[in-house]
Design a protein around this ligand. Sequence first.
Ligand code: SAH
Ligand code: SF4
Ligand code: F3S
Length: 444
Amino acid sequence: MSKTFHVTTFGCQMNEHDSERMKGMLGSLGYTEASEQRDADLILFNTCSIREKADSRFISYLQLAASYKRARHGDVIIGVGGCWAQSVKDEVFRQFPYVDVAFGPGQVHKLAEFLTSDSLTAQGFFEFEGFTGHLPAARERDFQGWVQISAGCNMKCSYCIVPSTRGRQVDRPLDELVAEVREMVAGGVTEITLLGQNVNAYGRAIAPPAPRSSFAALLHELDAIDGLKRIRYTSPHPQDMKEDVVLAHATLDSVMPHMHLPLQSGSSRILKAMRRTYSRERFLDRVALIREHNPDIALTTDIIVGFPGETEADFEETLEVCEEVGFDGAFTFIYSPRRETEAAEFVDAFIDHEVAVARMDRLVEVVQRRANERAQRFVGRTLDVLVEGPSRTDPSRLRGRSGHGKTVNFTGLAEAGEIVPVEIVRATSQTLAGEMSLLARALV
Ligand code: SAH
Ligand code: SF4
Ligand code: F3S
């Protein structure tokens, strides 16, 4: 009987990617995946520490795993990887003595070393080295794949824990990425998502002797791969959003008409305190450039409310930018102080929670109203939808994603992985509804 593992993943797409690599690596060590955590010989967590809520949620999961371990008289290995593990390092063993192994995002490969070593007792691995992208992957879906183009982040956003949990930015060589994507496409992948903390800074931090490159160059090389239909990426930084990337959207068929461009705040004063390195005007200027070349592109964003020192006037500027830009969607967060970040020291300027919550409600109203208005442009159009499976709310219907990144629920007959034409009949801020166009399909 082979040993079994179970992985629970928290956090961003980079963590989802890293978890697929953990699973791939465990597969090559002869482990198989258990469907229930309580049955697994190896219980793993891939953690996130971006906001305080993420931490507290995770700890309740960890305690449950400890109870499974006790029930099996300790004959279970508990492993904790990812950003939270990195941020607490060896302290994890003091606070949670039932944890056997802990490793940061740069040390996933060390898990194999640990599992094959003689002493399976409290070991921690926290160097920044190696890309999880080098490990074998166990992909969730055959036709979609993540590609880690870089690790770490060189920005110093004052609220953000990521530079300390993922280290300095290191990029993978262009040739290596092209070869990896070619191999994925040969294996049936048609849609890829390029991952990095600041993807459009790609190319400057490639270790010599491999030559430097640029994000636009990478997009061009990948677009030329036969059989690759859709390229997505997340997240770019407004500071590095240059014309070459904007033009890549306009000229390369496989680069999808969607860009996630985090705003964070609409107030130049707050942006400065956040160390975002752009002003409100500069952000709006980037949006104008993007839309000049790509009038129909979907723009989504991230916004933080209640950053230390944010006044009512600052917040209103954020609302104004949201009104003016009209994002197709936004992730909105209440500021959460993180250990060892600059903004966590601005204690005197912290915003009352009730004030932040009230601002959040007002922001969500504007974001949703504008997203809803924007979505109406799809009604009556026929969009190419990549089928992902049955609809979550009505299993007799199908669910997929449009090029713009919108979830589409529709009637029709198609297999997961197919790209089919869907005529859109209704649109809300979050999803589109439609019918598969049989006539258009017959013509494809
Ligand atoms: N590297 C990416 C994403 C970082 S984390 C980028 O720069 O775009 C995703 C989002 O979480 C951020 O864009 C930000 O809006 C939010 N976030 C990060 N730290 C936060 C904090 N301390 N409190 C609240 N939201 C935070
Ligand atoms: Fe964090 Fe800023 Fe880097 Fe994004 S760009 S990961 S928000 S430091
Ligand atoms: Fe969380 Fe780390 Fe991603 S803190 S959001 S898992 S980079």
